[in-house]
Design a protein around this ligand. Sequence first.
Ligand code: HEM
Length: 502
Amino acid sequence: MITWGLVAVLVATALLYSRWRHSYWSSRGVPTAPGSIPFFGHTFKLLSRSKYRWLIVDEIYHKHRGSLFCGLYEVFQPVLLIGDPGLLKAVLIKDFDHFTNRRSFKSSNPKDKIINEMLNATTGEHWKGIRSVLSTSFTSGRMKGMFPLIETKAQGLVDYLYGQLKKDPVVRMKHSFGMYTMEVISSCAFGLETNSFEGDDSIFAKKAMELFTIKPLRLVKFLCFSIFPKLANLLNFQLTHENMDFFIDVVVETLRQRKAGVKRGDFLDIMLEAREDQDQSTDKKKPKYPLSDDTIIASAVLFIIAGYDTTSNTLGIASFLLAKHTKEQELLREELRKLIAEHGSLTYQAIMEAKYLDGCVSETLRIYPPVVVNARCCTMDYNLPGTDLLIRKGQMISIPVWSLHHDQKYWPEPEKFDPTRFFPENKDRIVSGTYLPFGLGPRNCIAMRFALMEAKLALARTVLEFELRCAPGHEELELSLTPGVMRPKEDVFVTLTPIANE
Ligand code: HEM
């Protein structure tokens, strides 16, 4: 009797505690998103596999759009979802010094020393220092210099697609573009030829793909790091996926060769040069931040991880959209042919000038942004402009990227694939802060220019060589329900027909 009574008191106390923790937002006059459950808050709702995550966030976004923002709970942690582009610009750009960090998982497991050094995970001044040095790898001069290398990979892609057609007119586009992006990134990041196109079992693409398959136990570990970091470290949880060791080993070996004097002009060389420059330079304008070997290794591996899946999914989906929208496909082909006539070939300059191509890639990223919800961590107490809401140091901000991209207030007929939205003459109609496929502000995607150049070249070469049509039974795109970046469920199946190019 006494035992049951005690249990009842304990349960009631725990529930009251949970209710008190979950009254954080309401006590500050902030509407709370629906769907919070005792103890877990919105965590399960957001991780539910019964519905696309971005649609769950979208429901919340639309319910509270009138109030510009609303509150969520990750277990007991309050998270503020901001849907107003003006407030987002304040957080991401104007008052960036209050939001320099993203969600980061600091692991004390010695096996995680490389992952802790990755730019996306670093914080504060350390992030700033590394970012300033790494940014020198992505200037337009560097991009132009890397173009010929990427051109050879795009030719490899075209040859590979012709090879596939000998077996079947229906081609797995995400898989094919995956090989291309792996070739490009491993070659540009650390001068490695992965020979992905030579066999369907490229060890690199396979290892990379497995990195993105988030198994339930891994998800639990991530959640634990995010919500109870001290507990995760106490239990000595490891963040590094076993396949990451494969990439780390490859970079370590390449770094060893570079120190012996081999040069390739890739990101690894650029980082090593930057380090040498810093050691010798007295120029105050040059970014000065000592890159350790671990940081250099971490950055090269991160470029593969951050660049592989995002870019190949975007390309796969772009090929699907063009297969579905044949008129737009033809307009793109016409533009490219005109540019080739003008420039002699598909040069770097031609790719930069191709506005319909830019529209196709940008529109793909609007409708299907790989990062559907982004985040920032508050690093200094902050008064949200125009409100009396104080965001506390350590609190998370959630950014509903997909919802902003699909809000008809900003994008008329948001589901329509319309590359002309991004024409220079139409760009002033885009409300700033509503298009965020690469994030915004000083912590945006460091490789945006590189990713766009790589994607545009591959898409242009594919459309010039082949007619694209949706494969029978694949007229609609199915997306994966697993957490992580937005990606096709299985693959993207497109029927290719070679075009006779004289
Ligand atoms: C279509 C392709 C890509 C998309 C859509 C994309 C998108 C993003 C987004 C949304 C972020 C977070 C930005 C923010 O929080 O404001 C990010 C960060 C990052 N991306 Fe990309 N990305 C792409 C390709 C690449 C490639 C090819 C690389 C490497 C070569 C790369 C490297 C990175 C890195 C290192 C960061 C972390 C930056 C930092 O924390 O300072 N991304 N990317």
